[in-house]
Design a protein around this ligand. Structure first.
Ligand SMILES: Cc1cc2nc3c(=O)[nH]c(=O)nc-3n(C[C@H](O)[C@H](O)[C@H](O)COP(=O)(O)OP(=O)(O)OC[C@H]3O[C@@H](n4cnc5c(N)ncnc54)[C@H](O)[C@@H]3O)c2cc1C
Length: 566
């Protein structure tokens, strides 16, 4: 009888089960085994914050198929002929003998198993701050199902009144929302000057303003010095500036690092970023061992550099590639990442793909051009919601390098479009005439995506002289005294205004009120309105009248990240 190939997968959450299922589909005869340390399989960890926040209440929703069948060992055996062993930790790999040693974490029983191909999918582990008091009860992370169960209990019991979330990244912000919805008073503490570092500062500030508007406290540029407690229980978080935040719960969310212990002990090569080194087939330095998901490092497709990209979508895509290669010899490749991500922030979403301006500059891209577009995702009569997009492109070629988008509108659609533009190496000129689906319930006739490219095209061609809110603010602080012109209607001005010394002349009245503008035609005039569309029209009118130094504040009031007078 022909010997069946045995494929053993270590790790049973996202990447592991995907690899196992793909291997099974490719080779129906292979023996496929998953060894999973946790008690659950195929957990949708990305759903934990929504379970905790009460968006849904059935825990099984986190581990079931789209048709509602719980993915337990029985399901894997019956539906997929996969031997999925839970509570089974792989302790060691002998790459020469092709043997894994494992232990049942409940019974303590140990065993060994040979493999033909092995797939490591051990995920990541949360980073913990090396500060006093870290062992107190009431301090948790949000990484495992156990953590999710613990935090859901916090919601259900309703006893905890105050919590501190340490870290303003994706998981920290989602946890903030979840606990806020669970009725807990939240403070987010972030060491850096901004939340969500995949965004540039000015967009991150819009997100921060939104978080604060929902009643959560945000403290930036302040790290944690220690945890204080009584009788082994957390009572406060102490910050580096000496302040103490009383709380009964602290969630540490300062990032994750690849879980490479097993791979390292096996002698597999670890890459420069600390993740397991793999080639395009997801194969490690041992040709019979593949590795996938959060535990590996991957190639950034824009920069060609290795990065850590702990995202659920990549874990699944890589799992698929490794599963196929392990089952049928190397035949498919994984090309890398452009680091696309999105997170929900109360009524906003914040997403990004490719490089932010700050990341591009750090990497040495000098000849870049950026633009900010604020506009709705749909017509007003279909309850259009605001999107604020920042586009980063190569100045010479117009090639798209990155995009960030925040706001209550459909951010996901925008980021998805830009991600494909980056992957397809598209330029601004390629996008300005995109043929996208249009009907009022879904978009504007010129979608926000295309409108953003139009603004960039105008800027590249010198028709629009844009200026960022940051630059305007800097000029005002330096007492450069540009003439700042708000071209909105008086009623809008009454409701909301920046209060930076601006003059209000609405676009409709502008042609009759040139006498109120500076006589000096060289004087710098900065126009803005709600989203700076009327401001662009105003700039064209003024240029036509002979003013030579007209700029438009990109994104308008909607993108102004600083406090306003009103
Ligand atoms: C709260 C939260 C929200 C998130 N939200 C998003 C999101 O919205 N979008 C997104 O793209 N990503 C998100 N992520 C990230 C995403 O969940 C991860 O990128 C993804 O789960 C990685 O999959 P993985 O299989 O590589 O690792 P994991 O999901 O970490 O699974 C690894 C598994 O391996 C097991 N294991 C480890 N060592 C051993 C061993 N020696 N033997 C046996 N088993 C072992 C572990 O117990 C674990 O179950 C989120 C993560 C969290 C925690």
């Amino acid at each position: 009888m022909e010997k069946r190939k045995r494929i053993v997968v270590v790790g049973g959450s996202a990447a592991g089960p995907k690899a196992a299922a793909k291997a099974r589909r490719i080779d129906n005869k292979a023996e496929v085994i998953i060894m999973q340390k946790d008690a659950d399989l195929s957990m949708a960890s990305c759903g934990y914050p929504y379970y905790i926040g009460g968006f849904f209440n059935d825990r099984n929703m986190l581990i079931c198929t789209p048709t509602g069948v719980v993915r337990n060992p029985q399901f894997y055996l019956n539906a997929k002929d996969i031997d999925a062993r839970v509570n089974t930790e792989v302790l060691a790999i002998d790459p020469n003998g092709h043997i894994v040693s494992f232990r049942n974490t409940v019974t303590g029983e140990t065993g060994e198993m040979t493999y033909d191909k092995l797939i490591i999918a051990t995920g990541s582990v949360p980073r913990m701050p090396p500060v006093p008091g870290i062992g107190l009860s009431g301090i948790t992370t949000l990484q495992s199902m156990k953590d999710a169960d613990f935090l859901r209990k916090v919601k259900d019991e309703g006893k905890i009144k105050k919590a501190v979330v340490i870290g303003g990244g994706l998981i920290g912000i989602e946890t903030c929302e979840a606990l806020q919805l669970a009725g807990v008073e939240i403070t987010v503490v972030e060491l850096l000057p901004q939340l969500l570092t995949f965004l540039d500062w000015e967009l991150a500030k819009l997100v921060e303003n939104h978080v604060k508007s929902k009643g959560a406290n945000v403290i930036t540029e302040n790290g944690i010095a220690g945890f204080l407690g009584e009788n082994g229980k957390l009572t406060a978080v102490k910050l580096q500036n000496g302040a103490e935040l009383p709380c009964e719960l602290a969630v540490v969310a300062i990032g994750v690092r690849p879980n490479v212990k097993l791979a390292q002990e096996t002698g597999l090569k670890i890459g420069e970023t600390g993740g397991i080194l793999v080639n395009e087939y997801m194969q490690t330095s041992d040709p019979d061992i593949y590795a996938v998901g959060d535990c590996v490092e991957t190639m950034n497709r824009i920069t060609g550099r290795k990065v850590l990209a702990p995202y659920g979508d990549l874990a699944n895509l890589q799992g698929r590639v490794a599963g196929e290669n392990a089952a049928s010899e190397n035949c498919v490749t994984f090309p890398g990442t452009i680091q696309t991500g999105i997170c929900k922030v109360f009524d906003y979403a914040a997403g990004s793909t490719g490089l932010s301006e700050s990341a591009a500059k750090k990497l040495g891209y000098e000849d870049i051009i950026t633009v900010i577009n604020s506009s709705p995702d749909k017509p007003r009569f279909m309850q259009g919601k605001l999107l604020v997009t920042k586009l980063v492109a190569d100045k010479k070629t117009g090639r798209i390098l990155g995009t960030q988008c925040v706001g209550p509108g459909n951010v996901s659609k925008q980021i998805a479009q830009w991600a494909m533009a980056i992957q397809g190496h598209l330029t601004v000129e390629d996008i300005v005439n995109s043929d996208l689906p249009y009907a009022p319930p879904f978009s504007l006739a010129i979608d926000h995506f295309i409108a953003t490219a139009h603004i960039m095209q105008n800027k590249i061609k010198g028709r629009l002289k844009g200026i960022s809110c940051l630059e305007v603010r800097r000029k005002m602080a330096n007492n450069e005294k540009p003439f700042v012109l708000d071209v909105r209607e008086p009623i809008e001005f009454e409701k909301m205004r920046l209060g930076i010394g601006e003059t209000l002349i609405s676009l409709g009245a502008l042609r009759k009120r040139f006498n109120e503008l500076p006589e000096d035609r060289e004087k710098e005039i900065i126009c803005f309105c709600q989203i700076s569309l009327r401001a662009y029209e105003a700039a064209l009118v003024l240029e036509d009248e002979g003013w030579k130094n007209i700029k438009v504040m990109e994104g308008g009031v909607a993108a102004w990240p600083y406090p306003r007078e009103k």
